[in-house]
Design a protein around this ligand. Structure first.
Ligand SMILES: Nc1ncnc2c1ncn2[C@@H]1O[C@H](COP(=O)(O)OP(=O)(O)OP(=O)(O)O)[C@@H](O)[C@H]1O
Ligand SMILES: [Mg+2]
Length: 229
């Protein structure tokens, strides 16, 4: 048996506002094998984005352990966590989060500026990523010159350009029409099957959830059901 890529044990998250404690995650235990495409569903406020941010190392758990690959990320220093995140995580947001004054090429190149790659190597990596999302011909376009679906595909190219261990997507089709959403979902599925990327995707959309190989359901901070095998 191979070791799971992601192992969460008794993860809790409580936010403190003034003197008030808001429990968001209560003892979440999950094991995700390498190569999985996990869909995370649940009502608004159930803690889905919180869980995804913990996996990304954007936020820290209040208790419990989070192991990804051979790294226990909950105990890393801020500096080590930032370096780990840059190397291992590709994040896809609902609202794309592209930088408006940068071209598609420059947006995708951004994560590579933190690496030791040469300008020529960066160019090769960026064009490979833009080719995968079928937008090589839009490299010089600015975000405002792209459709929402194209913007999200540029954001996906940015998320995969460093060849991360794990792709995390928070409602990646939440702001798209049905056709663009379908294209983005087909792309994510290809990244999983063809490029063997492990994906965790938060979604409200049953069409999106259908594409995942496993589904987990969060309800008020706990996992309530596990559909599929
Ligand atoms: N930084 C924060 N400080 C305080 N409370 C927070 C913070 N982030 C989230 N929360 C609270 O945690 C709970 C879960 O939020 P979260 O964003 O994880 O939900 P969600 O499942 O992603 O919801 P949605 O489907 O609406 O995106 C909410 O009650 C929210 O108000
Ligand atoms: Mg959310």
């Amino acid at each position: 048996m191979t070791m799971a890529l992601i192992e969460l044990r008794d993860v809790t998250k409580t936010y403190k506002r003034d003197a008030i404690e808001i429990p968001v995650l209560e003892s979440v235990t999950i094991s995700v094998p390498e190569g999985d495409y996990l869909g995370l569903m649940g009502p608004s406020g159930s803690g889905k984005s919180t869980l995804l941010n913990l996996l990304a190392g954007i936020d820290r758990p209040t208790g419990g352990s989070i192991r990804i690959g051979d790294t226990e990320i909950s105990t890393l220093s801020e500096r080590a966590l930032a370096a780990w995140r840059a190397r291992h995580i590709g994040f896809i947001f609902q609202l794309y989060n592209l930088i408006p004054v940068l071209t598609a090429f420059e947006n995708v190149e951004l994560p590579l500026l933190l690496t030791s790659l040469s300008k020529k190597q960066r160019r090769e990596h960026v064009m490979t990523a833009l080719n995968i999302v079928s937008l090589a011909d839009r490299a010089a376009h600015y975000p405002r010159q792209l459709s929402g679906g194209q913007e999200q595909r540029v954001a996906i190219a940015r998320a995969i350009v460093t060849d991360p261990t794990l792709l995390l997507a928070d409602e990646p089709t939440g702001d798209l029409d049905a056709k663009s959403a379908g294209e983005v979902l087909t792309l994510l599925q290809r990244l999983n099957t063809e490029y063997k990327k492990t994906i965790v995707m938060v979604t409200h959309d049953p069409h999106a959830a259908e594409r995942a190989t496993h589904l987990l359901h969060l309800e008020k901070g706990t996992l309530v059901e596990q559909v599929g095998a």
